[in-house]
Design a protein around this ligand. Sequence first.
Ligand code: ADP
Ligand code: MG
Length: 386
Amino acid sequence: MSDIRDDAERGFHALYGAPPDGIWSAPGRVNLIGEHTDYNGGFVLPFAIDRRTAAALALRDDRLIRVASAFADELVEIDLGELSPEHLSGWSAYPLGVAWALGQLGADLAAVPGVELFIDSDVPVGAGLSSSAAIECAVAVALNEVWHLGLDKSALARAGQLAENTAVGAPTGIMDQTASMLGEPGAAIFLDCRSLHSQLVALGLDEAGLEILVIDTGTTHNLAESGYRERRESCERAAHTLGIASLRDLTVAGLAHAREVLDDTTFRRARHVVTENQRVRDVVRVLATEGPGSIGDILDASHRSMRDDFEISTPELNLAVETAVSNGALGARMTGGGFGGAAIALVPQAGESLLRVAIDGAFAEHGYQQPDIFGVVASVGARRDT
Ligand code: ADP
Ligand code: MG
């Protein structure tokens, strides 16, 4: 299989008639645990995966930005002087939004030359593996270098988030971009979404004979956007009623009081966030003390919390998780924002093929579309390739 970076280079050459100045790439991510905790100022534990989005780029002599992607059959062009969120829409709001966001974070866009970009990717789009952060971070590292901006990785992650929040209009947290920027082989990133302090945590999967499988159900529900907003609003309402800045400030011990003052649904939303924050910390501790073979029950508990309290799982995701756990997985959970997308399962390397057969069989039996099942390996974050 040809590497996605070579594909981006070839695509660039074919479209623009000359080779690019360089190739930059950034990975998608899997969130091992910590779902819907980021915008609550809480904890997450994602890792960058061995699926990447590559950006081939060359500088221009004028002030135009031109961007194309193998994913979308169109070339979008805009003058640097006209870059603003109102002028951006569709898929190109991600890369062009990053260029705009870099200006918001201090880059002098009046002084930089135009560029042309071609993007290619093997991160599944819309599967909850953050193809959005991958495209943002690939473009952010590329522009940071060719425009000599000197922004550090956390500023580039913020540029990606600002693009997504303001140019695309998706109110997402900082987790995805942080994972895509800071990933390292064999490690997850323990991120405190309030202080933005991050720490690499060794996963130790290979040493333990384990791996993480992604089960992409291939489903996206139109509820995803409204459901996400609604959950976010619920969390804000809970914090407001409880008189705290965010649900990060509520502890498991404080849940008894929360139950008295919140309505049942809002309480269950809050309980998911509070217990999920605790589970992230538990996984970090258990990885360091007992190793990855002992985190399975915590992953299972996370799934139940999302299914029953936060109510963001789907029948397909539940089937994937249940089938995985009853066929040798040590633990499994849906990952990402919910309402479709992918689940992950922690499995012994030797048991992978059995599990594949079981999941394919269960999905066929239910008349669901066959899921895409593949292993992921914790990989390096955004960088220049050539
Ligand atoms: P996820 O991040 O889970 O994959 P999102 O809905 O957040 O899903 O982001 C997917 C969107 O990001 C796509 O619909 C498209 O607009 C944009 N996108 C992602 N990858 C690419 C790509 N390689 N080329 C063009 N657009 C992309
Ligand atoms: Mg995304």
